[in-house]
Design a protein around this ligand. Structure first.
Ligand code: SF4
Ligand code: SF4
Length: 379
């Protein structure tokens, strides 16, 4: 792997750029990982800015660009941006809800050099899927989108965010991935940040339901080895050790918000006390190698005990800074998802609270007051 120059020689370039082109989205998922304070269209970067950032990413050594949002297909320039990234030899992945994809757009994206599509599904039961998405006929459109992707000859990953409202359909989700011709299925239990935190009591699964799901995934992995790869992420609230959030702060990924703010992860803008680099005035290279914000929690030097002397400190990098802040008010604490963390009791209390009777969804939306709708529980 190439290394930076001069005083930056210990820092490798990012592997991937997550380009959050827009926060606009026709769906209103109550677990959306976008921030509660969503950017309106008027704050979005112009096409030329994104194209410059893509060129800077390639020059920096980035290998992959993930076009995300919100819904990246809501941007009228998505085909031009994919073409620009492909011309810069970046591997291009479109992370989409699929509801805005039609045959003409699919053909244009494929011709522009799109390499891969990651399509989200909310459930296998159409009525429940549409209720979770907050949009009528969303599920039907997603099935059509999957067929377009496969007909275009592109590899497809299905992303299924799982929670109390759909976990009982996990076997059907695996069947759906096979039927749609996906090569990969991400079974991603909700993590409780942003909108998901606001909906924690409506989404959090019981331990028994989680254990069943884990067994189902293990059996499916064995059965479909070589046909369907299955990624599996459990909720932090049931973990004994934290996940290596983003592979470690500013180690592998650089995230760019719709307004052009460079971040080490999509949630980091919620952390106070940072001067996040704006890519309207700062180069990607400077943001990655030289900004105080990217260097603050890089590596292990910032770690408190018990991380500082822990043998896992270069495996999980102390967990998630945003979660540490959300639970303790201090982003430099050990992530309470670790059972060794002094603040673990705070997470244990949150887990008990999350298991309280189901509440209504707070649907994701830009600007106006949150809308609510009835939800059911399978517990
Ligand atoms: S999680 Fe749902 S609401 Fe959020 S961007 Fe994705 S499809 Fe849109
Ligand atoms: S103490 Fe820190 S480094 Fe060790 S497992 Fe827990 S979070 Fe990871």
């Amino acid at each position: 792997m190439a290394l930076g120059e001069g005083t930056d020689t210990a820092i490798a370039p990012p592997l991937a750029l997550l380009a959050e082109l827009t926060h606009r989205c026709p769906l209103r998922c109550p677990y959306c990982s976008n921030p509660l304070a969503l950017e309106g269209a008027s704050h979005e970067l112009a096409t030329a800015d994104w194209q410059r950032i893509l060129r800077e990413a390639a020059a920096l050594g980035v290998l992959q660009v993930h076009f995300s949002g919100g819904e990246p297909l809501a941007r009228r320039d998505i085909v031009a941006l994919v073409a620009h990234a492909a011309a810069a030899s970046l591997y291009t992945n479109l992370i989409t809800s699929g509801v805005l994809l039609d045959q003409a757009k699919m053909a244009a994206l494929a011709a522009a050099g799109l390499d891969h599509v990651q399509l989200s599904v909310q459930d296998t039961d159409p009525a429940n899927a549409d209720r979770i998405a907050g949009l009528d006929d969303a599920h039907e459109k997603k099935l059509a989108a999957a067929a377009l992707v496969r007909a275009a000859g592109l590899p497809l990953t299905l992303n299924a965010v799982m929670h109390r409202q759909n976990l009982h359909h996990l076997p059907d989700v695996i069947e759906l991935a096979l039927r749609l011709g996906a090569q990969r299925l991400e079974v991603a239990h909700v993590q409780y940040y942003g909108w998901a935190l606001a909906n924690r009591r409506a989404l959090f699964p019981t331990y028994e339901a989680l254990a069943r799901a884990t067994e189902i995934v293990a059996a499916a992995r064995e059965r479909w080895k070589g046909v369907l790869a299955i990624d599996y992420v459990v909720p932090d609230y049931y973990a004994r050790r934290p996940k290596a959030c983003m592979g470690g702060w500013a180690r592998q990924f650089i995230n760019v918000s719709p307004a052009g703010t460079a971040l080490p992860c999509h949630a980091a803008e919620t952390l106070p006390g940072f001067a996040w680099p704006s890519l309207l005035t700062t180069s990607l290279d400077d943001a990655w190698y030289r900004s105080e914000a990217f260097n603050r929690y890089r590596g292990t030097g910032w770690m408190p005990e018990p991380c500082r002397s822990c043998e896992r400190r270069e495996i999980d990098w102390g967990g998630c800074r945003c979660q540490a802040f959300a639970f303790t008010g201090d982003a430099a604490r050990t992530d309470p998802a670790c059972a060794l963390a002094p603040d673990r009791p705070v997470l244990d209390a949150a887990r008990q609270d999350a298991l309280a009777p189901a509440a209504d969804f707070v649907y994701r939306q830009i600007g106006a007051a949150p809308a609510r709708a009835g939800v059911t529980s399978d517990r």
